[in-house]
Design a protein around this ligand. Structure first.
Ligand code: AMP
Length: 284
């Protein structure tokens, strides 16, 4: 079925047919998993996918398995027609858009339980989250059988969890991470930014400013606890109502780092403005 003249596929059977045809012709495939409400960050992933493989597939699926009952599954922005038009304009070949029954048919009862990089940070506040992400990503990978899957560093812990899962389960694809695309004031683009009112939107830029300052300070040998405490205060002062975490972690394992330790480190943060929870991260 075509939507704004991009091919939209709704069933696993049809998807497999098309992808098998591509593989038979020797075409490589890159997948960009999304939940829709697409912005320039998602389109950057599609551009990367197109540079990696002959064929690109974007999935649009708001995955109920990664939302807790009290979270925003019901009100998550859904802009399917506009998404399809953007994907078409970006040169994407196919939209994979199953409904919930196609992804999780009656009787579905299997769940991937990621540990390692999934421990702590987001999991302390959204314990259901990475199980839902890993399960749907594993399914997306086995449905599309892509050579590459492209993920944003915006969801940095997710990128590490999916990378670990692909390695642990010998999934025959390469996970590729892409840097975060930001608004002019530094705010990471996110579908959830649509929830923000004008004042909240202004306040939201304080998260990037705060974690950037932590990165600078820690890179210069500053005390991690002092830098992260200052970042929390800065965000609260600028209009965030609650800070879930500001942490400096090992960039691959996401384990806490010792004071004074060098190596590859990442600053990660999550905080609330009103009913909106924002996350961001940056390299030290
Ligand atoms: P989402 O639809 O928000 O679940 O995200 C789908 C993919 O887009 C994930 O790999 C995200 O990390 C990525 N993504 C979301 N926002 C950005 C951004 N601002 N820059 C780069 N990638 C992003």
């Amino acid at each position: 079925m075509a939507n704004a003249s991009i091919a939209v596929v709704r069933t696993v059977a049809e998807l497999r047919d098309i992808a098998a045809g591509w593989r038979k012709s020797g075409d490589t495939i890159a997948l960009v998993p999304t939940m829709g409400a697409l912005h320039a960050g998602h389109i950057a992933l599609v551009n990367k996918a197109r540079s990696l493989a002959k064929r690109s597939v974007a999935s649009i699926f708001v995955n109920p398995a990664q939302f807790a009952p009290h979270e925003d599954f019901g009100r998550y922005p859904r802009t399917f027609d506009a998404d399809c038009a953007k994907l078409k304009a970006a040169g994407c070949d196919l939209v994979w858009a199953p409904d919930v029954k196609e992804m999780y048919p009656d009787g579905f009862a299997t769940r991937i339980v990621p540990a390692g990089a999934a421990e702590g940070l987001e999991s302390d506040f959204r314990p259901h989250f990475f199980g839902g992400v890993a399960t749907v990503c594993c399914k997306l990978f086995t449905q599309v059988l892509p050579d590459y899957a492209v993920f944003g560093e915006k969801d940095y812990q997710q990128l590490q969890v999916v990378t670990q899962m692909a390695r642990d389960l010998n999934l025959p694809l390469r996970i590729v991470g892409l840097q975060t695309i930001r608004e002019a004031d530094g705010l990471a683009m996110s579908s959830r930014n649509a929830y923000l009112g004008a004042d909240q939107r202004k306040s939201a830029a304080a998260m990037y400013a705060a974690i950037s300052e932590v990165a600078r300070s820690v890179a210069a040998g500053g005390d991690i606890a002092a830098a992260t405490a200052k970042a929390r205060q800065h965000m609260l002062f600028e209009g965030f109502e609650k800070v879930d975490y500001v942490e400096v972690r090992d960039a691959v394992t996401l384990k806490p780092v010792e004071a004074g330790a060098g190596g590859n480190r990442r600053v990660l943060a999550a905080a609330w403005i009103g009913k909106t929870r924002l996350i961001d991260n940056i390299a030290v």
